[in-house]
Design a protein around this ligand. Structure first.
Ligand code: ZN
Length: 496
């Protein structure tokens, strides 16, 4: 249920009577099919199938059960009850896995949250599909035995044979290629904006014509964010495990980068499904970056669905089978062309759009969503000189080190206050304890009076100014910080 695991107990009764096989407590089709899979798997593993009246019950009955992950446990319960496998004593054990008709144990979703729940409830040993073994590495104090066939479990109980130990390399799934900032020549303004966004946890909007490298910038954003903590790694892996997405290099897990296409539906964005509620793109981006290219092309309902996670850091979905929450605390990067034709660049060369068309286009990103965006910049095409440069940009590791230092400063400042990042400073605190220097505040009030900034805009500029202040290791934002923060919310055309 969401990221929460529950223990299901499987009882088997084998009685004399006309041979039959009844499964109780299984609502959906996948589970009914497990009857046929279990029977074939046992027979094809050369184990004895009881030609008697077999009744299997899964409890508690009130929990909605779905999927094929109970196959192995049902088969084992039958083998224990017929005496095919006998044990004098064994530690509290769980079995997780789908069975193939030939007795193969196949991977299932959600192994990591299942193991965490099992350990919390006193389980000491777990048999899991070999393919899911990588996920189990994050679980300590649990004897995890990865297996690839029902015959291997039989061998373990009857002859004490352990399946071949896993080779470490087998556990490392293909990790996404980590892209480095050094690949980007020039783009100084955009690089600085990303660094500031990383420090304060600010959402941002990148505007620019096609081909200016907005996507390349966004893809490299995770590489300058601090490494995941152990606890964050667990959460990230658990979500990807439930989604059935392997996401596991051996040791360190990179921050996710999720880029849903603009044709993505609302359920795919925030999560959904009829029988099992799966996490959506914004939960897969938890502790990482959610990048939406060509944001104005996305249907307004899908963009608006992001408001809940942006406000609360989680998604709550209610269906007839229950209410489930998934964490969804991500950094949002929106990218947009400056106008419908995409050619508006510099002085507007080649753009054929009217002012009204441009305004309508950009206003597709709704006000409430724009309210969450602290930084918005124009990304200019690299100049001819920059294109010809052979020197590389600064490496991500160097930028990340600065981000970590700056974040440590803000974490110290906010100790005990209930928030960690500059983007999270409440408006009330900005008016009182987290103001900028007097001349800087005067500058902001001028802008406010001249109608260039709204009250909300003043708060956003102040939050960004704090991140700039942390970057230069200052103690309070100065006029220069505020000035620079103002430039990081470039007055986009069209009244955004
Ligand atoms: Zn245009």
């Amino acid at each position: 249920m969401g990221l929460e695991g529950h223990l299901i107990t499987i009882e088997v009764d084998v009685a004399d009577g006309i041979p039959s096989f009844t499964l109780l407590g299984l609502p959906d089709a996948a589970l009914s099919e497990s009857r046929d899979r279990v029977k074939s798997a046992i027979i094809n593993s050369n184990l004895e199938w009881p030609h008697r009246k077999v009744t299997v019950a899964l409890s508690p009955a009130y929990l909605p059960k779905s999927g094929s992950s109970f196959d192995l446990a049902i088969a084992m319960a039958i083998l224990f009850s017929t005496g095919t496998i006998t044990v004098d004593s064994h530690p509290p054990t769980i079995f997780i896995g789908e069975l193939g008709l030939d007795g193969e144990v196949r991977p299932v979703r959600g192994v990591l949250p299942a193991l965490l729940a099992a350990r919390a409830r006193g389980i000491e040993r777990a048999f899991i599909p070999h393919v899911n073994a990588a996920e189990s590495h994050l679980v300590e104090n649990l004897d995890v035995i990865p297996i690839s066939s029902l015959a291997q479990v039989y061998g373990f109980y009857t002859h004490g044979l352990l399946p071949d130990p896993l080779v470490r390399e087998e556990l490392t799934c293909e990790s996404a290629e980590i892209l480095d900032m050094e690949d980007l020549a020039g783009q100084e303004g955009a690089r600085k904006a990303l660094e500031v966004a990383a420090i304060g946890g600010h959402h941002l909007l990148l505007m620019g014509p096609p081909g200016t490298g907005k996507t390349m910038l966004a893809q490299r954003f995770p590489s300058i964010l601090p490494a995941l903590t152990q606890e964050e790694s667990l959460e990230v892996t658990a979500i990807h495990s439930v989604a059935g997405k392997m996401f596991l290099p051996g040791s360190s897990i990179p921050r996710p980068f999720i880029a849903p296409h603009h044709s993505t539906t609302a359920p795919a964005m925030v999560g959904g499904g009829a029988h099992v509620i799966r996490p959506g793109a914004c939960s897969l981006a938890h502790h990482g970056v959610l990048f939406i290219d060509e944001a104005p092309e996305m249907s307004p309902g899908v963009l608006d669905a992001l408001r809940q996670p942006l406000e609360s850091g989680e998604v709550t979905i209610t269906r007839s089978i229950g209410t489930i929450s998934y964490p969804a605390n991500f950094l949002l990067v929106l990218a947009a062309n400056p106008c419908p034709c995409g050619n508006f660049a510099g002085k507007g060369r080649g753009c054929t759009c009217s002012a009204l068309q441009v305004r309508r286009y950009l206003q597709k990103i709704s006000g409430p969503l724009m309210d969450r965006i602290d930084i918005r910049i124009f990304v200019d095409p690299p100049s001819r000189v920059e294109m010809l440069q052979t020197t590389m940009g600064e490496k991500s590791a160097i930028v990340r080190a600065r981000v970590e230092t700056a974040r440590a400063r803000s974490a110290k400042r906010f100790y005990g206050l209930g928030w960690q990042l500059n983007s999270q400073i409440p408006a009330k605190a900005l008016r009182k304890d987290f103001r900028a220097e007097k001349p800087a505040m005067n500058l902001l009030h001028d802008e406010l009076e001249r109608g260039l900034l709204s009250a909300r805009g003043v708060h956003k500029v102040l939050r960004v100014a704090w991140s700039l202040c942390d970057l230069r290791a200052g103690s309070i934002p100065t006029q220069e910080d505020v000035h620079e923060a103002l430039s990081l919310r470039s007055s986009l055309r069209a009244g955004l």
